[in-house]
Design a protein around this ligand. Sequence first.
Ligand SMILES: [Zn+2]
Length: 413
Amino acid sequence: METVAVNSKTETEVRADRVLHGLPEKVIFCSRCVMSNQRPSTSPELRKNNSKIETVAFDEDGVCHACRYLDIKSKIDWKQREEKLVQLLDKHRRTDGRFDVVVPGSGGKDSAYVSHILKKRYGMHPLTVTWAPHIYTEIGWKNFQAWIYKSGLDNILFTPNPKVHALFTRLAFLNLLNPFQPFIIGQKNLAPRIALQYDVPLIMYGENQAEYHNKISETQSPLMDRAHYTRERDQKLFFGGMEMGELMRQHHLELADFAPYLPIYRDEAERLQCEIHYMSFYHHWKPQENYYYAAENCGFLPNPERSEGTYSKYASLDDRIDGFHYYTMFIKFGQGRAMNDAAHEIRDGHITREEAVALVHKYDGEFPKKYFPEFLEYIGITEEKFWETIDRNRSPHLWEKKSDTWHLKHRVS
Ligand SMILES: [Zn+2]
């Protein structure tokens, strides 16, 4: 009834008054972990945004696919998976002085673990590659240095032009409330670009994020789909919600300003026979154990204090403006950093659901005030503009205002 054109609006327009960002209108929390169905699944970031998006898949019993995947995972023969890894590495290992595997990473616990075992346990010759954070934290820089020195690894640290990167970050914040979009694009496309330059067909990532957000069918392969990191020669690209050509005209940019962000061409990837594999397909992936391994072997240090917006101390530590990635997600999807961490730890068997709910209530959506002035300065906007952008992106199906304060309508319980 309500969609009938009382004020001659179409159904889509009426829905847009209630639901922003193409999210599902009904909010569900997983009955096993605490994940919300509002979380977007991994998707190509270069397409036009704010069209209908795919979110975390749930089954008819209200269980998210990440939890369902656990049932499958518990039956995996990990010995057999490791044999497959050995076969893969035997095929790629080189003794002619060239690198044989590219490992993208920041020197956090996961990339430290992956690169270290590839070199020490499997006798590979990794080239590690790092897309620099927006602004390094002290602990992030220390961990990055310790990783390379203690493990004895070669590394290419790529720092994008800060003027261009800050502009893209500002646009992505203002147009999409997704300030980390340029970082994510750059980081994702760096390893294939380097692989192409160094003629290394094999790239090894740590964890397959699709295990958490996508359909189970997408977790049955060790490979990342080439469509995620390549482009067609005539493909239109979008940055910060703007078409590339329009962005060039409006902001007087050159093609070279985009070079670090562009995916390699599909035909180039095919010629190289480029393959991106996930270590989590071959090794039983346990973040806490990676942490112990990285601490012991790669000099990895946790944060001396907990990160804002969550209770944890050992993930995502290297960028001063990281907190705004999670905070903007919390505003757009009602799902923040603590929910993410807690859902993961339930699945790993470290905490109960009850404990997770309490942690989410306590920390999710905590404002990252520590680096707020630096974030504003980095993207070049006023505090007023910041809050105006935040509030404009609160979807009515998630948020309500009571006595001048914003509240989430649905909280996990
Ligand atoms: Zn779940």
